[in-house]
Design a protein around this ligand. Structure first.
Ligand code: PDD
Length: 279
């Protein structure tokens, strides 16, 4: 596999990053994960807009223009013959002597990209749905910035797995914030799609935005507001959205079936419309 590191396409075995890189030492970095379907990038513009916002919030310089980043994304798709999968892009504040203070502004940011070939469209879990375990949301309070500090989401997924579930939903004061690496949504008995409103508490998902628009265009009533874990357990349907899962039905929360305990009609329809749109 060819990866991209600071200006060069190299075989993954030859790629190097400094041990002083602040991404490595302080998790001082941000990232984006963009989907490739049939060799095409999905929602590239919105992902780059969010990257620019993450960089801005952390006062981190951008390593390249959006046009250059597009060229690199395409360069990796071509070099690796990627038909379906993900492109991971990470920007860190670069290498500097270890110090909590940010290094001088002219420190070069590090830019790393790699591809992951994966079956996304025909994931078996999309047919069966996934089981969720709730865990307390112990992340920092700026989840709208897509930083590489992913230890807690990683621990949350391990906790969910140890409880026999597939993924975790993070809960704060009884309210669902989001999934460990996706946005959480429920559907009420009258067919209204409920999803947490945007704030610093959740990542502003690109798939979330796309799906909400498709839902509204399809005549689904959408309400952006907080919902409790209790409300989710008693909902007619639940699902998550992300670049890697699109729309993924949730069939169980903390061992309790959601609705009929099978993928709901609205979640299935939204997945179908989303994938049709992506073609
Ligand atoms: N995760 N919320 C969190 C905490 C996330 O990490 C993600 C994405 C999302 C969904 O965002 P989007 O629709 O833009 O992918 C929501 C990526 C896929 C990851 O970390 O692998």
């Amino acid at each position: 596999r060819t990866v991209y590191v600071n200006g060069a396409y190299v075989p993954e075995e030859e790629a190097t990053i400094s041990v002083f890189d602040r991404g490595f030492l302080f998790a001082d970095g941000v990232y984006e994960v963009t989907t490739v379907l049939s060799g095409k990038l999905i929602d590239f513009g919105p992902h780059m807009k969010r990257l620019a916002r993450s960089l801005g919030e952390l006062d981190m310089p951008s390593p390249a223009s959006e046009e250059e980043l597009l060229t690199i994304h395409r360069g990796l798709v071509t070099r690796n013959g990627l038909n379906e999968g993900l492109i991971y892009m990470q920007v860190t504040r670069g290498a500097a002597d270890r110090d909590f203070m940010f290094p001088p502004k002219d420190t070069a940011p590090s830019l790393v990209l790699f591809t992951q070939a994966m079956v996304l469209r025909d994931k078996p879990a999309a047919r069966t749905g996934i089981r969720i375990a709730s865990v307390p949301d112990l992340r920092w309070a700026r989840r709208d910035i897509k930083t590489v500090q992913l230890l807690y989401p990683s621990m949350a997924k391990m906790e969910a797995k140890s409880r026999g579930a597939d993924d975790a939903w993070l809960v704060e004061d009884g309210i669902v914030t989001e999934g460990s690496s996706n946005n959480a949504h429920i559907v009420t008995a009258d067919g209204t799609l409920i999803t947490r409103d945007l704030s610093h508490s959740i990542l502003h998902g690109i798939t979330r935005a796309a799906v909400l628009k498709l839902a509204a265009d399809d005549g689904v009533k959408v309400e952006e507001r907080s919902f409790t874990l209790e409300e989710a357990k008693n909902a007619s349907e639940a699902f998550v959205t992300s670049a890697s899962t699109f729309v993924m039905p949730v069939v169980e929360i903390d061992g309790q079936p959601v609705g009929t305990g099978t993928p709901g009609p609205i979640a299935r329809r939204l997945r179908e419309i989303y994938l049709a749109e992506a073609d």
